[in-house]
Design a protein around this ligand. Structure first.
Ligand code: ADP
Ligand code: MG
Length: 734
């Protein structure tokens, strides 16, 4: 489809989207009954409690709560019942659902039908089928951990993340969340290290609770995650007319439209009706899967939106995060949209992130990062806070590496996104307390007070003790930290694995330091003075990572360099940090990843990075050769024809002649930059980090050079000749 036809179809679709009667009926029927449909497709704890024999239920809970191994007899009963429940709800197949290093999810469906030996079938799911399966591991990235001929891989049931149903057009599938490991037991996925990191953090946080004597009745500390997801919706007709969007999920060419996001008229604006209808059906599907989505709004760029769930335990939240992304993608076409989850689909417009809100909570529900009213007296909170400060300062490079990807390279450090320098925003109140701590025993907590709005009809409202800061990559926001640099298309599991592990290490360090400083059986006074002593030292060493100012400004980059904070500008610099001794021993000490597991991840991420850039550059070359150059030559022929005809009519036309001249020059530049890109792209290095570096240093600049000329051509060529839907079409037809 040419760009013009695509545009007309898009406009048509934008006016006819309301024909999705089926979806509308579903959502309408559900309207106002969210509580009834919520979790309808989940084999939840409540469902199990109702259906399973009491002793089986109790034994399963024991496994989930205490991490006790699951008895196969118990598993058999659970599996049989899960199967019955799934079949009652229309399922024919089940799948072990897992998260390999592709960054996506994987599933291989098996029917419940099993031959009964008498020519018929019975429907069954055994305990061992529930607990374990063996997909072929050879075609998933393993970063060199497995050779292709070593194909064995196992998936193992994560009983703490509930099984759920996915409804397709004429299929219902039972999805069993699982971890994915190799025959040798090495992690090949995102879930395994995340679960290990949660255990590591729990063990270390319990030591601090124990120190303060607040561990009564507490069995575990969980980390919690709530990730705000940004995405774009664009019309599908236009999407299919752009090979770059189809192959790379981002535009590789595209001149700036006169109106972009300058007016800030999209942010929090009224949601376009077609978009809102699409969001409603997405939410409906998510509710059914028990995913507590809460917030929806327009984001900063035109065509950009956000959805945010209520936070949950990290492993469940990260599973749900994957489902949120998949559901957005699955539902959008029903409304004629394509959802774009890429970090930077459009140059010069806001990119998309995934703000990862993170905290630690006891199994009794106490949020350990809740500062409470008189924060300066809340020594336990200050210990957790300082543990995070220390962790981020020591491992800023790892945190940066955990979010590195080809897509996020376009976002971090660009104008609207958090900088690639990792620093912490604490806000006025906590900064004040940290400064007091550095001097001795803190004695006050700054209060925000009340705000009077100037109109008597408006209520007085409480003011927070500090303002927000949108430019910080890592900000304390009330009772949690918000890691804003995570990319929109990324799995949240990996950055959270790193977060949990680095904080576990600092909690471990603090627990030891506090116990030593306080001595055996300390009095309350001795305990307080031990805490102040230890934290004072910690703050002196690590306060350089705290920064409350504008992270976008050059001054901060200079200041950060003076403070010695790492500034890892792109993936090729950041990802190799995983292989430094500091990282290897960290992951090893806390049993999160073995040395070979870390190395395999680093290789897999570097390979993915280089591969993505190669795909993009090849797509660019093809688009330039097959679409842009032909259009430019046609335009040139038009100009030449006009000059020739004018001259033949006996009229001089020096202006057109020089326009033609200039055009020919541009086309020549297009050709040259195109050929250079094709040439540099035709090379790769053998080792993954060498290749990533090559790609970053040679291929990316050549892509930029080609794009610059092509975008210039786009602003001058006759519209009917330009083969690609423009930014204006993509962003404003909705
Ligand atoms: P904002 O970040 O704009 O202030 P919210 O307060 O609504 O917005 O929080 C945004 C996200 O943070 C939501 O997904 C919310 O569930 C999550 N969140 C809130 N508290 C916690 C917590 N203790 N742990 C993890 N995530 C949390
Ligand atoms: Mg937020």
């Amino acid at each position: 489809m040419g760009s013009l036809e695509a545009k007309l179809s898009a406009i048509d679709a934008a006016t006819r989207w309301s024909e999705n009667q089926q979806g509308k009926d579903r959502v309408r029927q559900a309207g106002g009954k969210i509580d009834k449909i919520f979790g309808a497709d989940v084999f939840s704890q409540q469902v199990m409690r109702m259906r399973l024999p009491e002793d089986i239920y109790q034994r399963l809970m024991k496994t989930m709560e205490d991490g006790k191994p699951l008895d196969l007899k118990v598993a058999d009963v659970v599996a049989a019942d899960m199967k019955e429940w799934a079949i009652e709800n229309g399922a024919t197949h089940y799948t072990h659902w897992f998260q390999p290093l592709t960054g996506l999810t994987a599933e291989k469906h098996d029917s419940f039908a099993t031959p009964d030996g008498e020519g018929g079938v019975i429907l069954s799911l055994s305990g061992s089928e529930l607990c374990q399966s063996e997909p072929d591991a050879s075609s998933f990235p393993s970063g060199g951990l497995r050779a292709t001929f070593e194909a064995r891989g196992y998936t193992a049931w994560d009983a703490t993340s509930p099984a759920f149903l996915i409804h397709g057009e004429n299929n219902v599938t039972l999805c069993i969340p699982t971890a994915f490991v190799s025959w040798t037991g090495e992690a090949l996925d995102q879930k395994t290290p995340l679960l290990r990191s949660m255990e590591a953090l729990s063990a270390q946080a319990m030591k601090i609770l124990h120190f303060f004597g607040t561990d009564k009745g507490v069995k575990r500390v969980f980390t919690t995650v709530g990730a705000e997801q940004e995405y774009f919706l664009i019309d599908r007709h236009l999407y299919y007319a752009r090979p770059d969007l189809v192959s790379c999920d981002r535009t590789l060419f595209g001149a700036q439209p006169p109106k972009g996001q300058q007016l800030d008229d999209h942010y929090f604006g009224s949601i376009p009706p077609r978009v809102l209808a699409c969001m409603s059906e997405t939410e409906y599907e998510l509710y059914r899967m028990g995913i507590p989505v809460k917030t929806r709004h327009n984001e900063v760029a035109p065509g950009q939106y956000e959805i945010a769930p209520v936070f949950e335990t990290s492993n469940v939240a990260c599973d749900h995060q994957m489902l949120i992304m998949e559901t957005i993608k699955r539902v959008a076409p029903r409304y004629g949209f394509q959802a774009i989850l890429h970090e930077k689909p459009f140059a010069q417009l806001n990119g998309s992130g995934k703000h990862n809100n993170w905290s630690m909570t006891t199994d009794l529900g106490a949020n350990l990062l809740d500062p409470q009213d008189e924060t300066h007296t809340n020594m336990e909170f200050l210990v957790y806070l300082c543990a995070v400060i220390r962790a981020i300062d020591i491992h800023a490079d790892l945190l940066r590496a955990s979010i590195a990807s080809a897509g996020n390279d376009h976002r971090l450090g660009a104008n609207e996104a958090p900088p690639a320098i990792i620093s912490i925003f604490l806000g006025d109140m906590l900064t004040d307390i940290v400064e007091q701590l550095e001097q001795g025993v803190p004695s006050r907590t700054l209060k925000g007070g009340e705000m009077t709005l100037g109109a008597t009809t408006l209520p007085q409202i409480p003011r927070d003790s500090g303002d927000r800061n949108r430019t910080s990559p890592f900000a304390f926001t009330g009772n949690k930290f918000e890691f804003r640099a995570v990319g929109s298309s990324a799995t949240s599991a990996w950055p959270n694995t790193v977060m949990n592990t680095i904080v576990a290490e600092s909690l471990d360090f603090l627990a030891q330091a506090l116990e030593e400083e306080a001595g055996p059986n300390p009095t309350a006074k001795e305990q307080e003075s031990a805490v102040c002593q230890v934290l004072q030292e910690l703050i002196k060493q690590h306060k350089r990572v705290i920064f409350n100012g504008d992270g976008y400004r050059q001054e901060w980059h200079d200041e950060a360099a003076r403070r010695g904070l790492p500034n890892l500008k792109d993936s090729s610099e950041a990802i190799p940090k995983l292989l430094e001794e500091k990282a290897l021993s960290l992951f090893e000490t806390y049993n999160v990843l073995s040395r070979p597991e870390v190395a395999s991840r680093m290789n897999a991420y570097l390979e993915k990075y280089a591969m993505q850039v190669h795909i993009e550059s090849e797509t660019m070359v093809l688009m330039a050769r097959q679409m842009i150059l032909p259009a430019a030559i046609q335009h040139q022929a038009r100009l030449a024809g006009a000059v020739q005809a004018t001259m033949a009519a006996g009229v001089e036309c020096p202006d057109q002649k020089s326009a033609l001249q200039e055009w020919v020059g541009l086309v020549l530049r297009l050709n040259t930059t195109l050929n250079s890109l094709a040439e540099v792209d035709n090379h790769s290095e053998d080792d993954p980090s060498g290749d990533a570096l090559y790609v970053r240093q040679s291929v990316v600049p050549a892509m930029d050079a080609l794009r610059e000329v092509a975008d210039e051509l786009e602003t001058r060529v006759a519209t009917d000749l330009w083969p690609l839907p423009s930014y204006r079409d993509l962003l404003f037809i909705k």
